[in-house]
Design a binder for this molecule. Structure first.
Ligand SMILES: C[S@@+](CC[C@H](N)C(=O)[O-])C[C@H]1O[C@@H](n2cnc3c(N)ncnc32)[C@H](O)[C@@H]1O
Length: 249
């Protein structure tokens, strides 16, 4: 029987922009790694321990990290994503791959000091503030000295958050600790309401710097960056995403 995209073990077809829907309505996977994921892929083979890709989906970062020679733990909350990922990995790389289904950060654990690199790409924007803080603390504990965390998230500077922007600015002025929490994401992006959870947390440099510094990391790189390949309605002015690289000394 021919496999179709209704088969849960087949990766869904990409939309026109190249983005590929998740099977659990948790947004999309990008077709290619962004600049911060590429930094993770480069660092992973020489990291002081195995590398962990959190919310790996169908492997946009895990597959090239394996190709670069790294040993990778691919994590996702949805086991189906990891099964599809596994089927995409060439036989010769599978010995360096471990699949771990589980919900980061609260239902996922690794021995202290056992990991060398951790990528959290486009996952934290589903977390409220305290969960982001627990995430940073857990990663700090899992990493060996010299290990690095790589984080990527969407910012308030995306086309689909225009209606939310005044709320974000007002919260910033008022010193709100989590100005980018969009409580009703569906109202701001009705087109994608069916493929997103109700809470969306738009991140910025201030938040990532505060949280990861408080967890004990030294910030190595932190910047907003453009998403020229995002669909036209999400693109805005070159500040669509934020990326962080931080090191455990
Ligand atoms: C928006 S996709 C991002 C996929 C990929 N990392 C990328 O950058 O394109 C989010 C992925 O994270 C997974 N995910 C969401 N919450 C998670 C959690 N708490 N722990 C582990 N995985 C999670 C989803 O199942 C989904 O595969």
């Amino acid at each position: 029987m021919k496999e179709t995209s209704d088969d849960p073990l087949v990766m869904p077809e990409a939309e026109e922009s190249g983005l590929i829907n998740t099977l659990n309505s948790m947004g999309t996977m990008t077709p290619d790694p962004d600049i911060f994921s590429r930094a993770f892929i480069q660092f992973a083979p020489r990291a002081p321990g195995r590398s962990l890709d959190i919310g790996a989906a169908y492997g946009v970062a895990t597959l090239p990290a394996l190709r670069s020679g790294a040993s990778v733990i691919a994590n996702d909350i949805d086991e189906r994503h990891l099964k599809i990922l596994f089927n995409r990995v060439p036989q010769e790389h599978r010995a360096r791959l471990e699949l771990v289904t589980g919900e980061f950060p609260d239902k996922l654990d690794f021995p202290a000091g056992s990991l060398g690199a951790v990528l959290i790409c486009r996952v934290m924007h589903f977390f409220d503030g305290p969960r982001i803080e627990r995430a940073a603390a857990k990663v700090m504990n899992w990493l060996a000295p010299g290990g690095k965390v790589f984080v990527v998230g969407e910012t308030p500077f995306i086309g689909t958050a225009k209606a939310f922007f005044p709320t974000y600015e007002a919260r910033l002025k008022a010193g709100h600790p989590w100005p980018g929490v969009v409580e009703n994401a569906a109202a701001h992006d009705p087109k994608r309401a069916g493929s997103l959870p109700s809470l969306f947390h738009l991140l910025d440099e201030r938040i990532l710097e505060r949280v990861f510094t408080a967890a004990g990391f030294e910030i190595e790189r932190l910047e907003l960056f453009a998403r020229p390949d995002y669909p036209a309605d999400i693109r805005l002015d070159g500040r669509e995403s934020v990326g962080l690289i931080a090191v455990k000394k």
